[in-house]
Design a protein around this ligand. Sequence first.
Ligand SMILES: Cc1cc2nc3c(=O)[nH]c(=O)nc-3n(C[C@H](O)[C@H](O)[C@H](O)COP(=O)(O)OP(=O)(O)OC[C@H]3O[C@@H](n4cnc5c(N)ncnc54)[C@H](O)[C@@H]3O)c2cc1C
Length: 458
Amino acid sequence: MLKKTIQTLEQFKSSSSSTRTRDHVHMKWNNPFNNWVRNIRSTTQNDTNTTTSYPVSRETTTSYSVPRERVDCVVIGAGVVGIAVARALALKGREVIVIESAPSFGTGTSSRNSEVVHAGIYYPHHSLKAIFCVKGREMLYEYCAKHDIPHEQTGKLIVATRSSEIPKLSVILNHGIQNGVDGLKMMDGVDAMKMEPELQCVKAILSPLSGIVDSHSLMLSLVGEAENHGATFTYNSTVIGGHMEGNEICLHVSETKSLKEWNGKSSLQPELVLIPKLVVNSAGLSALALAKRFTGLENKVIPPAYYARGCYFTLSNTKASPFRHLIYPIPEDGGLGVHVTLDLNGQVKFGPDVEWIDGVDDISSFQNKFDYSVQANRAEKFYPEIRKYYPNLKDGSLEPGYSGIRPKLSGPCQSPVDFVIQGEDIHGVPGLINLFGIESPGLTSSLAIADFISTKFL
Ligand SMILES: Cc1cc2nc3c(=O)[nH]c(=O)nc-3n(C[C@H](O)[C@H](O)[C@H](O)COP(=O)(O)OP(=O)(O)OC[C@H]3O[C@@H](n4cnc5c(N)ncnc54)[C@H](O)[C@@H]3O)c2cc1C
C-alpha cells in the first residue's frame, strides 16, 4: 500500500493535473531552504518581515533570531484527517497552510490501514468515535460518489465461531443499534455460511453499510480541492515546537532535513516562526510528543501515549477471493481482530493483529521513528486465528504484507479511550486544537472530524 502511495505521488508530482494549479506548490518539491522560506512567506497574509528573539523550546531558554510570519490557519500533518481539516477550513474561506514533515501527503497511518469504511457499530454510545464514524461514513460515501473515488459498499459479517462468543455478538449488535447504524441483522450461522460458502461460524451480524475505499484517491482528491480553495501544502517541513506570546501561538518550523542529524539532546532551533490564528495539531502518531514541545501548554492536559502495531498478511496462490464480504471475528484487546479485508483490486488481506510496542519515547515519537517491518514468523499466529472462520486456509498461503501503528491513549488490558479533540476550553491556549488518539475509525471519521472542527472552532 505504501508503494501505491509513493507511485501515486510520483505520478502526482510529474503530472500537470488540473487540480494542482498553483505553481508555488510545485516549487516546493526538493527546494533549498531559501525557496522554502520564501514559498511559505509568499502564502502568508501579512509579511511582517521581522526577526526577533524568543525561547526556542521547552527545554531551553536560549534565544535565537528567525523570520516570523503572521498566518491565518496552520494544519500540522497531511494525513487524511489533516487534509480533510484543511479542505474544510479552505472551503469556509480561511487561508490555510498545511505543514507536513514528509515529502508528500498521506505517508503515515493514513496509508497503513485496512481502508474499511466502518459502519459505526463497535464504539460506546455517544462517544466521539461513534458519532464521527456514523456521520463520517455517510459523508464519505457521498463524497466518493460525487468525486468518483473508487469505493464499494461490500457489506460485512461479524462472526461468532463458537457459542460462547454469541453474547459478545449481541452486545456488539446493541451498540450498533444505539449508535444509529441502519440495516444491522443478526443471522444464524447457516444463513451466513450460505452467503459465504468458505465461512465457518455459528452466528453472525450482517452490516450492509460497511465497505472499502481507495484512501489514496480520497486523499488526492481532498488535497486538490483544498488547493483549489487556496490551501497550501508545504512538504519536507516540520513543526518542532512552539511558545506563547501573550495570547498568540508562535509555531517553530524547520526543514525536515535539518532534523536528520539531531540526537534528541541538543535544543532544536527553528528556521521560521509562524504566528497563526488557528493551529490544528493533526500530527497522528507524533501529536502527543509534539504537544509536549509547546511551551505554554500544560503537561497535565496531554494524555499518555501508547502504540500498537498491526501487521497484515496477504493471501497468495488464490485466483479469486474466497469472500465477497468483509469478515470480522469478535474484537480483541486493542483491535478489531484479524479480519478479512478486500481491496478494490481484488486482493485479500488478513489483519491487523495487535502488538503493543514498548519503549517509544517522546523523541522517537516526535521524529516519527517507528518500525513498520512485518516479521514473517508472525504468520504462525495468523493461521489458527483465521482458520477459526476460514478453515480451508491452505498452509503456506500467507505472505507478509505491511503494517500500521495505532496512536492509542490506553494500554494493554485498559478500557479503550475515545478520540480526544482539545480546544481552548480544555487546555486554555487560544487557537490551538489538539487531535489525540485518532486511531480507527479515523479514516471513516475524517470528513466528520473536519466538519466538527470547522464548525465548532471558527
Ligand atoms: C493498522 C490500522 C488499521 C486501520 N484501519 C482503519 C480502517 O479500516 N478504517 C478506518 O476508518 N480507520 C482505520 N485506521 C485508522 C486510520 O488509519 C487513522 O485514524 C487515520 O489514518 C489517521 O489519520 P491522521 O491524519 O490523523 O494521521 P496520519 O496519517 O498519521 O498523518 C499524520 C501526519 O503528520 C505528519 N507529522 C507528524 N509530525 C509532524 C510534525 N511535527 N510536523 C509536520 N508534520 C508532522 C506525519 O508525517 C503524517 O503525515 C487504522 C489504523 C491502523 C493503524
